[in-house]
Ligand binder design. Sequence first.
Ligand code: T4K
Length: 383
Amino acid sequence: MQQDILVTRSSMPDFEEYADEIRGLWDSRWLTNNGAIHKKLEAALKEYLGVENLELVVNGHLALELSIQALELTGEIITTPFTFVSTTHSIVRQGLTPVFCDIDPADCTMDVTKIESLITEKTSAILPVHVYGNLCNLEAIQEIADRHGLKVIYDAAHTFGEKYDGQGIGSFGDVSCFSFHATKVFHTIEGGAICFKDSALKAKFHALKDFGFTGSDEVIGEGTNAKMNEFAAAMGLCNLRHVDGEIAKRKKVVERYRENLKGIPGLRLCGGSIPKRGFSENRGPAPEILPNYAYFPVFFDPEEFGADRDTVWQTLAEHRIFARKYFYPVTSAFACYRDRFDPSLTPEALRASERVLTLPLYADLDLKDVDRIAEIVRGCGKV
Ligand code: T4K
């Protein structure tokens, strides 16, 4: 019998490798609160990601919330509704208002030509998402932020290890937030990291993730508990040794999908990052981008393809293949936000969310299964 194929499958080191990494904890009994493995992982990730400042946290969501808190943002934040709901929740839970900017349908990142019209006297920051690992127009966003005195926080949950002109993606903006959830290219079971430009923020992030403590007798802010534990950090150390190999395997899967699914009327592949340099077309050579093959989104035009996204999703499910509708609906349409925001104000995001299906992608996905999935998808269409 065929095994279920889920949208992703966590990478794992060999059991013995992980066991070796955690063995010492039975002697030290130091299990969390900035332990030795935590420190080791922090140093290793700074090096791997090419960033100056990095603070490990318990998940990607709290990385976003802590960033908003540490930068002391107020009022409104311009963001995208085409993302996992965490991005929007982080703004609302910090007591601020998300202002939704539409996306560029070509890569689903924020449409930079629409940002400035959304800026008001209450705007304090821009919070774009490198969705699916597709890089935002970094230069245009920084130009706008500089012109209007705004901070930039990148939701870099999908962007582990990516580079822009050789520079680690975590070094852009004031802050970049990574997720190390079990479903990500690199994971620590649950986890995340905050990368930031201003090294003076290090002490603040360190305190805020530990209830605000700066010593045993002083609390400098209404912090939370967002510390990564030693078992999670140990998983990170192991996974980091293998992540380049995992990305190389993902690349093969993505290439196989692309080969199988190219040239089908009404089926659009979102072909990774589109190299973008600021607002002008003529700013010199396109930036070189190192991708990580995090997701494989496909968009269906129901008329042209001959079937809508939900039909393809259902057909795959009948074959025990569980693709996901990342990201449907747009976050502004969730029940908790329905009365506060108007999803029709971001029509491209709305259209993308109704057409997208994210196909299974993980390092160990058999290429024969990729062929089979592609065949089922093709079979749903009219050609
Ligand atoms: N910003 C963005 C743009 C994000 O995408 C996310 C998270 C965040 C912020 C917040 O970061 P974290 O606080 O989560 O670190 C999953 C993940 O839970 C979530 O981390 C991720 N984005 C989101 C896109 O996907 P679900 O609800 O779809 O997960 P679930 O449990 O349905 O799992 C999906 C598939 O993954 C399963 O079908 C099988 C596989 N899986 C799952 C788990 C839990 C495994 O192979 N191993 C596992 O342990 O949200």
